[in-house]
Write a protein of this length. Structure first.
Length: 448
């Protein structure tokens, strides 16, 4: 079946009736058992595709018995596995389709929808592995269950004009921004101390609202030669390896951003809670594997980005940076407030990166045009623009998961009463997202 037709067909079938009466308990158990069977085969499928695409499986901490026991040594082997995986994906989608008339409670309904969307993403990724291409927006919808809004250069120019008025010096806004930021670079011999302090504070603030397993932990590694600034490799048993890329200068604001995004209350917390609540308590094995190119990534990146604002609401981030991190880094904090204003405006340019990816991947811009856009409208110096383009080339429409993911998470929380003046409700909703098998399209609908 053609990919687009497959997505339309199975999305139309995505429905379960909800019910909470006690007499339906046995029905719920039967449905859960049927989905457990699908779940195990889903895990095997994802791991099998990992043989075809080395970036596909971001994490797996289930039994070795589910891993493929052979290696692909020839092109014919790969083609055979692709065809088998395509057929298995359709089989699992059809099995889920056969369950659509079951009555289910909230968690089973969410589980059903999650598995459906994940399998649709698997179908799309197999299509791409086989050499197929989709327009940027169709690709992001198929893989991540979301489409980023499009903005013209006029939108970004308005923000740049504001920066033009407040940045010191003369010359282009991009060059003045780069010059201004240089005074906020963490010296290399201070990076570890600054990061340790940021992690300690992020963890303390997170634990005030979320209970974590007592034995959770992670270690940090400093690496080079990567297209990303930070990465969390979740290993299971509540343990992560977090890598920080030191290729380019690290600014003081990135300490908290990375500590929160990769650690507390970001990826590390998200994975720990999924393992505790869904894998160990409910025995939902589909959460032992994490396919990177799937809707789960938008939830993961969105909560990791918004988590920064959860633990540092209002001006608390810049306050902590001035009082603790600036002195640790040996930096002058007298311009910290001005720096914060500039950064908030720069953050409003984040969707310019999506435009660069959309036009480059759709073949409308060549490499030089894309780099020029990133330098002009994302205000990136040439070396960061090059790094961003290398990320786009490798991860494609994944770029939407950061800014659009954060926007979807933020909007869901605010629409459901989690405003900054209602912190208890805010944290209740945030934890809800971290501990449920949610989908991006589901989050965009209030009161799931």
């Amino acid at each position: 079946m053609h990919l687009r037709k497959t997505i339309i067909f199975f999305t139309a079938a995505l429905f379960l009736a909800s019910c909470g009466s006690k007499k339906d308990l046995n029905n719920f158990k039967r449905l859960d058992a049927k989905m457990n069977e699908i779940s195990e085969n889903y895990v095997k499928l994802v791991l099998r595709i990992g043989q075809l695409d080395s970036d596909f499986v971001d994490a797996y901490y289930g039994p070795d018995s589910l891993k493929p026991d052979d290696k692909l040594s020839t092109r014919d082997d790969s083609l055979k596995v692709r065809n088998e995986c395509n057929a298995e994906t359709d089989t699992l989608l059809n099995k889920l389709e056969a369950l659509k008339h079951y009555r289910a409670d909230e968690m089973l309904t969410l589980r059903y929808r999650f598995l459906y969307k994940q399998l649709l993403a698997v179908k799309a990724r197999l299509f791409m592995i086989s050499g197929g291409t989709l327009p940027f927006d169709e690709e992001s919808k198929a893989l991540y269950d979301a489409v980023a809004p499009a903005y013209g250069k006029e939108h970004f120019q308005e923000i740049i004009d504001k920066l033009n008025k407040i940045l010191p010096g003369r010359g282009s806004v991009s060059k003045r921004l780069e010059d201004f930021r240089k005074q906020f670079v963490i010296p290399k011999d201070k990076i570890q101390a600054v990061f340790n302090a940021a992690i300690k504070e992020c963890k303390k603030r997170t634990l005030q609202h979320i209970n974590l397993p007592e034995d959770e932990s992670f270690k940090i590694e400093y690496v080079t030669g990567k297209p990303w600034s930070g990465y969390n490799w979740y290993k299971g048993n509540y343990f992560s390896v977090i890598q920080v890329n030191t290729d380019l200068p690290i600014y003081i604001d990135r300490a908290i951003d990375l500590a929160a995004h990769e650690g507390y209350p970001g990826h590390h917390v998200y994975n720990c809670l999924l393992e505790e609540d869904l894998v160990k308590k409910r025995q939902w094995d589909e959460f032992t594997v994490y396919p990177l190119f799937s809707p789960q990534s938008l939830i993961a990146e969105g909560t990791a980005n918004y988590g920064i604002h959860m633990i540092f609401p209002g001006d608390e981030k810049i306050k902590f940076e001035k009082e603790v991190l600036f002195p640790l880094a040996g930096l002058d904090s007298s311009k910290a407030d001005e720096y914060d204003v500039v950064l908030n405006l720069v953050q409003e340019l984040s969707f310019a990166g999506n435009e660069a990816a959309r036009n480059y991947l759709d073949g409308k811009w060549n490499k030089n045009e894309t780099l020029d856009w990133l330098e002009k409208y994302s205000l990136m110096p040439p070396e960061r623009a090059e790094q961003r383009l290398s990320f786009i080339q490798k991860y494609r429409s994944y770029v939407i998961n950061y800014n659009l993911g954060e926007e979807i998470v933020k909007n869901y929380i605010i629409k459901n009463g989690g405003t900054i003046d209602h912190p208890e409700k805010r944290w209740e909703l945030f934890k809800y997202i971290l501990t449920r098998p949610l989908t991006p399209s589901g989050l965009e609908k209030p009161n799931i």
